[in-house]
Design a protein around this ligand. Structure first.
Ligand code: ZN
Length: 93
């Protein structure tokens, strides 16, 4: 099923749901029965999980509701790799 928007000159925009393979016809207005014309709009292609959308939503939210940090972030680890056991046998100063 697909949603199509139509506009009536008197009542405004209304939505028609029909199968994609149904023949195209101009439906009458659901309210007044008058002639309606198809309204074309850009498709909504964005994914709700896209990185761009999350970044954009976070930026918009921080403009009005900045997050409050209650503690300092942990410092980066200096030695992220496990120690090499061969280093223990090296001479010490
Ligand atoms: Zn109408």
């Amino acid at each position: 099923m697909a949603r199509y928007d139509y506009a009536c000159g008197q009542c405004g925009v209304f939505e028609v749901v029909r199968p994609i393979d149904a023949p195209i016809h101009e439906p009458a207005c659901a309210t007044c029965g008058g002639a309606a014309t198809r309204v074309y709009a850009p498709p909504a292609i964005t994914s709700p999980h896209s990185v761009l959308r999350r970044v954009r939503d976070a930026a918009a939210a921080s403009a009005h509701e900045p997050t409050v940090q209650h503690h300092m972030p942990a410092p980066p680890r200096r030695n992220a790799h496990p120690p090499n056991p061969l280093h223990a046998r090296l001479p010490r100063p």
